[in-house]
Design a protein around this ligand. Structure first.
Ligand SMILES: NC(=[NH2+])NCCC[C@H](N)C(=O)O
Ligand SMILES: [Mn+2]
Ligand SMILES: [Mn+2]
Length: 300
């Protein structure tokens, strides 16, 4: 299925404290994301990067345990507008990060256009913290909670409405590091999670079949938020918060291929590629490979 894909780069590194993830969009462009999609006969438009403000001093927590809040909010507001514009023009928004705090803006833009958005959160983490529960104050650990309308109002109100998504429309895949507050929220809201345990036990095929069923039940679109740290650090070393025991290169590709087969994804973002922590751009290349699979690449 030929698509018109609009790429938006988000050189955001203020949602966490390891500089370098702002170069993620460049690294994925350098790894050939545009060529890769064009070779699949998609039409690709690169809309350039969202502007990120630079704080006078980095990593300053406010009284609500939120680091660099002002700049994170500003960038996500402008990202939300760009994403909504892309959808209005009938294009598929492909957002390249940047740390995972940018999912706040992506979802604010996407959910404006879909009343019942399904979300696949492919990540080692839940990103379900709030200022109260976060051990770090890093906003990249909060975007899924924020999108559910849980957290600081300046974050939840980005795009001018809240919540963006419903707990029953979400599935988290690849989790292996959850903070106590995140576990509580998962139980309280009944969010569907396939941890590494379920992936080991059921295999990725069955996990994806169930996950696809779950996010397409009552939804009018499905967003894929893929944090490269969901992959095992062996395959994706260039991430700021690596966790051992992740999904393999093959499992990640299989997941993307199954999404392509079903053609259910209506927007996507690939985040947390940090070239400074990477080995010869391997993580950006892995991301671009996964993007290829998601958009229909096949050997035969
Ligand atoms: N998008 C990410 N890589 N998030 C990692 C979050 C780590 C930890 N749970 C925190 O809140 O600080
Ligand atoms: Mn993560
Ligand atoms: Mn994440």
């Amino acid at each position: 299925m030929k698509k018109k894909i609009s790429i938006i780069g988000v050189p955001m590194d203020l949602g966490q404290t390891r500089r370098g993830v702002d170069m993620g969009p460049s690294a994925m462009r350098y790894a050939g994301v545009i060529d890769r999609l064009q070779q699949l006969n998609h039409i690709v438009v690169d809309r350039g990067d969202i502007e990120i403000g630079r704080p006078p001093k980095y990593d300053i927590k406010n009284d609500d345990n939120l680091k660099d809040l002002e700049e994170v909010v500003k960038a996500n507001q402008s990202l939300a507008e760009s994403v909504a514009d892309v959808i209005d023009e009938g294009d598929f928004p492909l957002v390249l990060g940047g740390d995972h705090s940018i999912a706040i803006g992506t979802l604010a833009g996407v959910a404006k256009k879909y009343e019942n958005l399904g979300v696949i959160w492919y990540d080692a983490h839940g990103d379900l913290n709030t200022g109260e529960t976060s051990p770090s104050g890093n906003i990249h650990g909060m975007p899924l909670a924020v999108s559910l309308g849980i957290g600081h109002p300046t974050l939840t109100e980005i795009g001018g409405y809240a919540p963006k998504i419903k707990p029953e429309n979400i599935v988290i895949i690849g989790a292996r590091s959850l903070d106590d507050g995140e576990k509580d929220l998962i139980h309280e809201k009944g969010i569907k999670v396939y941890t590494m345990h379920e992936i080991d036990r059921m295999g990725m095929t069955l996990v994806m079949e169930e996950a696809i069923k779950h996010v397409t039940r009552n939804t009018d679109g499905v967003h894929l938020s893929l944090d490269l740290d969901a992959l095992d650090p062996q395959h994706a070393p260039g991430v700021g918060t690596p966790v051992v025991g992740g999904t393999t290169y093959r499992e990640a590709h299989l997941a993307m291929e199954m999404l392509a087969e079903r053609n259910i994804i209506s927007s996507a973002e690939f985040v947390e590629v940090n070239p400074i922590l990477d080995v010869k751009n391997q993580t950006a290349e892995a991301a671009v490979g996964l993007i290829g699979s998601l958009f229909g690449e096949k050997l035969l």
